[in-house]
Design a protein around this ligand. Sequence first.
Ligand SMILES: Nc1nc2c(c(=O)[nH]1)N[C@H]1C(S)=C(S)[C@@H](COP(=O)(O)O)O[C@H]1N2
Ligand SMILES: [Mo]
Length: 531
Amino acid sequence: MRDDRGVTTTGTTTGTSSPRVRSRPELALAGVLAGTAGLAVSLAVTSLLRLRLTPANAVAEAVIELTPGKVALELVHLLGRWDKPLLLAGVLVGLVVLSAAAGLLTARSRWLGPGLFLAMAVIAAAAALTRPGAAPADVVPVVAGFVTWVGVLSFLTGPPQISAPRDRVPFRPDGAEPDGTRGRREFLLRAGAVAVGSLVVGIGGSLLGRKRREVEAARARLDLPVSRGAVPSGAQLDGLDPWRVPNGEFYRIDTAVVVPAVDVDAWRLRIHGMVERELTVSFQELLDRQLTEAWVTLCCVSNPVGGDLVGNAWWSGVRVADLLAEARPLPGADAVLQRSEDGWTCGTPLGALTDDRDSLLAVAMNGAPLPLEHGFPVRMVVPGLYGYVSATKWVVDLEVSRFDRIDAFWTQRGWAEQGPVRTQSRIDVPRGNHRVMAGEVRVGGVAWAQHTGIDKVEVRLDGGPWTEVELGRVPSTDTWVQWAGTVEAEAGVHTLAVRATDASGYEQTAVERDVVPDGATGWHTVEFTAE
Ligand SMILES: Nc1nc2c(c(=O)[nH]1)N[C@H]1C(S)=C(S)[C@@H](COP(=O)(O)O)O[C@H]1N2
Ligand SMILES: [Mo]
């Protein structure tokens, strides 16, 4: 029922207890408070059960998975490392809006609000259960959240607990509705209690069982027999960004909404499939093998021309070729399906993992155990291949197979099966749209063609002749190389272009191609002003 003040009234009409009077803002607030209370409870239950994903995170991951490949990668480009926080924020905003709607719906029928919450819970449960490696326990936080939603909603929209008889309510000369006033005060008390309760449960629960903190602590205790790697002399040119990218600045790309927190003592790597002898190794058994260390530049296939989804680091780990040799791949195998703890997969050519290059199961990056974001405790690093077909973080499973039998995460979404890194070069100095002094202008940047090597880098000002620039020294063909030189620029606006030629003789094409399906091509150009 609605009375003439736009106030919703429901409940008993016997006259002995007060009617439930709730304004629309109150109903919406009741819904939102129920929504956030359920969220807090689900968070606490997730953390107590030490599950990886809260229901909200599971929904966000499912959204990533259901997003068409091209759109997902476009998002990665546009939003960089902010894509996941933004997505999660979107899910939370959706939750708040739907919860408010659930509150408002209770005015129509007492079943509609809980009904909407039920629909939301079903979606969250479906998202949780379709995560890779999901177990029945993963729906427990959803159920706990749903029960909270419905309980709090009825608590906030239901009749007052203690209803004073009408005749005990003092007469109000101003004609105010005594029941409405008392109902409002009681509502506000209840709402406050729910808000405080949610805060306590949410914060307390998430502090209690945080798996991530334990894994960070275990990581800090690790003392790996690795070196920090000295930057080779001549690799770092003056005035350019660090040739070795520090771990905290290394680009990050993955589909994990919550970084997997892998217990290093429980970690196992299984090598199986088309092999003579299946193999399972623990972290210690991995370390017991000979460690190899190497400089390798990683690059993302979705790095646009001139982009920064590329980085160089000193990696320490065990050569995959040695482990695969122990497993003895069967004839006919040409691929390895790699799987991560969080269910991400990629298909890597068996040859790239067994030839003489330093394809590593890396345990350390720049001398420190892998940061959690970069795959702790073990990730794959393969010189010469884009990350999406090789660089599995939190790797737990290598299945030797054939390309015609496997289907990996990004190849299912329209990306190429094979992903050799394309030869590229980038201008870092001057930055685009910067102002410099007219005359001799210093220019510089990086170029890469991992596992092939860079032979020559040339720059061109305003469409003039190409001129060769100086190259930094590199320890192998597996890293990027810094380049630097000067150009003569009079006062005015200029366009600088760069192109590299790799050791196979291939000169970078001017043809501009999008990152989809197997990496961008084209020359990087920047505009700058000399004055
Ligand atoms: N488990 C897992 N590993 C992954 C990915 C992922 O989504 N999940 N993304 C890959 C991609 S596309 C790239 S480019 C590299 C990036 O590694 P980084 O984040 O350490 O720079 O990781 C690869 N390994
Ligand atoms: Mo990538």
